[in-house]
Design a protein around this ligand. Structure first.
Ligand SMILES: [Zn+2]
Length: 545
C-alpha cells in the first residue's frame, strides 16, 4: 500500500542545503537529492509560516483557507489564528475520511488538535499549558522514558542569549526525533508528517553570524556554524526516521518558505503618517497606556505574567526594565484616527491594508475608483523610498487579486510589498520606534524568502529530475494522488506529474472530484490566559510589538 512520509524543515533554503549537501555536511539530504528529484518550492505571498502551512495542508491559497497571517487583523484589533480559522479540509482530514492512518507532528496552525484517523500533535501557535495532542493521552506512555515533549523551545531569542537558544533548539530537535521514532514504530501510518521548527528559529536569530556579506557579520564569532549544526541535527533525525520508510513509501522533504539575510525593518505607518495616508488621534500616550494595561503588561506586573505563563527563565536573561523600555516605546493602532486614514501597514513582510468601507470597522474608502486611487497613492509614496545605503527600497508591489481568489480573498491585505529583495520587511504592528528604518526588535538578522525546498524520493519519483515551478499548494494533491486518491476539485494545487515516473503517470491518471472540500467549523474561543500567552509568544517571535 502506497505510503507518504513528509519532513517539513521550516524555512529551509537550497542556498544553504545545496552547498552543504554537496560538501557532505548533510548526508541524508544529499542522498535523497541524489536518489530523487528536487527543486525550489514556491511559498505563499507573503512567504510566512502562518499562511504557508495551511496552504501546504489544504492545497489551497489563503483566499480559500482564510489564514493570511499569525493574526486575523482589522485596524490593529486582532485575534490569534488557530486550526479552526483554517476554512478547508487538510490532507490528514481527507486521508482520515478515506480510512488511511495518519500521523501529524507539530505542523504550525494545527492547534487545537482535532480527531484524525491516527494521531496529531499540534505545532507553532499552541499554548504550552494546553492539550496539544489527539488522542489526548498520546504521549503519556513515553514521557517517563523520553522526558517532557515540547512544541516550542524553552527560550526565545533575544540578543545575548544565543548559546542558550542553540542548546534549546538542539534539544527540541532531539526530543521530537525520539518521540517520532517511537510513535512511528507503535502506531500504524500510511501518511506521516514530522515538522522541525528549529531551522526557522535558528536562521531568524543567527543568520548574521554565518553570512560574511551581512552588515552585522563579525569574523571569527563563536556562532558561525550554529545554523549548520541545527541543519545537521535535523539531517541526522531524518536519517534515523527514514528507517521506518519501506519500499512503498514516497519521502518528501519540504519547507514552507526560504530564508535569507535581514538588514532592517521599515516602519511603513510612519511614512503613511508623514504623507497624509494615516492620521493619529490627539492623545497618543494615554491611548498607549490603555493598550498596555488591557494586555496586562504594566511595569508592575510583568513578572507576575512571566510566572503565570511559566516563562520565569526569561527574566534571568532579560531584565524587566529592558523589556518594558522596549514595549513602552510603541505607539499603537489605538492611536490611529480611522475617520481620516486611507491605508495602514500591518503584518510581518510588507502587507498593506486600505481602510476599506464595509470591511474595516471604521472604513472610509469606497470600493471601485476610490479604492484603486488609494492603492496608487500608497505605491507612489513607496516608490520614492531608498534603503539607508541608497538603493531603491521597493522591488515589487503585488495586488491581492494577482495571488489569490476565493471566498476569503477580500479579507487579506490589499497590497503586498517586496522590499530590497526581502532584506527589509515591515514592522508587523504600528512602529518599533520613531525612525522609518529600524532594526528588528528582537535582533533578528535573517528572514523569509519566497522559495523553500522540495526533495522527493520514492518508488514512483523519477530520479535526477529538476523540479521546476512546484508550489506549496501542489503537495497535498500530489500526496493524495500517490496514495491512490482523487483530488478535491477546489484545490489550487496540481499533481506534480513531471517528477513522477512515466509508468506511474500512465497507469494512474489524475482523478479530480467535482465536490468541494470546504468545511464549516465552529470557531474556537481561546481562554483569556491562552490568548495572553499566545500574544506573549508572538511578541517573542517578533510578530507583535
Ligand atoms: Zn516558516
Amino acid at each position: 500500500m502506497a505510503r507518504v512520509l513528509i519532513f517539513g524543515i521550516d524555512g529551509a533554503t537550497f542556498d544553504l542545503v545545496r552547498p552543504w549537501a554537496e560538501q557532505g555536511k548533510l548526508p541524508t539530504l544529499h542522498r535523497l537529492m541524489q536518489e530523487g528529484a528536487w527543486g525550489p518550492l514556491e511559498s505563499t505571498t507573503p512567504p510566512m509560516t502562518s499562511p504557508a502551512w495551511p496552504s501546504f495542508a489544504t492545497g489551497k491559497y489563503p483566499g480559500k483557507h482564510g489564514v493570511f497571517d499569525f493574526v486575523t487583523a482589522r485596524q490593529g484589533e486582532f485575534t490569534v489564528v488557530n486550526a479552526t480559522t483554517v476554512d478547508a479540509l487538510t490532507l490528514w482530514d481527507i486521508l482520515s475520511a478515506h480510512g488511511r492512518h495518519v500521523g501529524v507532528m507539530n505542523v504550525p496552525v494545527t492547534y487545537p488538535p482535532h480527531a484524525v484517523n491516527g494521531f496529531l500533535i499540534s505545532g507553532l501557535l499552541s499554548p504550552t499549558t494546553a492539550q496539544v495532542t489527539y488522542p489526548p493521552d498520546l504521549l503519556k506512555p513515553y514521557e517517563s522514558e523520553l522526558g517532557r515533549y515540547r512544541v516550542m523551545p524553552a527560550v526565545q531569542h533575544k540578543a545575548g542569549n544565543e548559546e542558550t537558544l542553540i542548546r534549546s533548539l538542539e534539544s527540541l530537535v532531539d526530543t521530537r526525533t525520539r518521540f517520532a521514532d517511537r510513535l512511528m514504530r507503535d502506531h500504524p501510518w500510511d501518511f506521516m508528517m514530522v515538522h522541525f521548527l528549529a531551522t526557522d528559529l535558528a536562521q531568524h536569530a543567527l543568520w548574521r553570524h554565518m553570512d560574511p556579506a551581512h552588515p552585522q557579520y563579525e569574523p571569527d564569532n563563536p556562532f558561525k556554524d550554529a545554523i549548520l549544526c541545527i541543519y545537521q541535527r535535523v539531517d541526522r533525525a531524518m536519517g534515523k526516521l527514514l528507517s521506518h520508510a519501506d519500499r512503498d513509501t514516497t519521502v518528501f522533504v519540504m519547507s514552507d518558505h526560504g530564508f535569507g539575510p535581514l538588514h532592517g525593518v521599515v516602519n511603513l505607518n510612519l511614512l503613511f503618517l508623514q504623507e497624509g495616508l494615516l492620521y493619529l488621534k490627539r492623545d497618543p500616550l494615554t491611548q498607549l497606556r490603555a493598550l498596555l494595561f488591557r494586555w496586562g503588561l504594566t511595569p508592575g506586573n510583568v513578572y507576575d505574567w512571566l510566572v503565570r505563563l511559566n516563562l520565569q527563565n526569561i527574566t534571568r536573561r532579560v531584565s524587566i526594565s529592558t523589556r518594558n523600555s522596549v514595549i513602552g516605546k510603541f505607539l499603537s493602532f489605538d492611536d490611529v484616527d480611522w475617520s481620516r486614514t486611507t491605508a495602514y501597514s500591518m503584518g510581518h513582510i510588507g502587507q498593506i491594508f486600505v481602510n476599506l468601507k464595509g470591511r474595516e470597522p471604521h472604513g472610509i474608502v469606497e470600493r471601485g475608483v476610490e479604492y484603486e486611487r488609494a492603492r496608487e497613492r500608497v505605491i507612489e509614496t513607496l516608490q520614492t523610498l531608498t534603503t539607508p545605503d541608497g538603493r531603491p527600497l521597493l522591488d515589487r508591489v503585488i495586488r491581492k487579486e494577482e495571488i489569490t481568489a476565493g471566498r476569503h480573498a477580500d479579507e487579506g491585505p490589499d497590497l503586498h510589498l517586496v522590499m530590497d529583495g526581502y532584506r527589509h520587511i515591515s514592522f508587523p504592528l504600528f512602529a518599533t520606534d520613531g525612525n522609518l528604518f529600524s532594526k528588528q526588535i528582537r535582533g533578528d538578522s535573517g528572514c523569509h524568502r519566497p522559495h523553500g525546498i522540495l526533495i522527493a524520493c520514492g518508488p514512483h519519483v523519477r530520479p535526477g529530475v529538476q523540479v521546476e515551478d512546484a508550489r506549496i499548494v501542489d503537495l497535498a494533491p500530489t500526496t493524495l494522488h500517490l496514495m491512490g486518491h482523487s483530488i478535491p476539485g477546489d484545490m489550487d494545487g496540481h499533481v506534480l506529474t513531471h517528477m513522477l515516473t512515466p509508468d506511474f503517470v500512465e497507469a494512474h491518471p489524475v482523478r479530480v472530484e467535482a465536490t468541494e472540500s470546504c468545511e464549516d467549523q465552529d470557531a474556537l474561543f481561546l481562554s483569556k490566559q491562552e490568548e495572553a500567552e499566545l500574544r506573549f509568544r508572538l511578541k517573542g517571535l517578533g510578530y507583535l510589538g
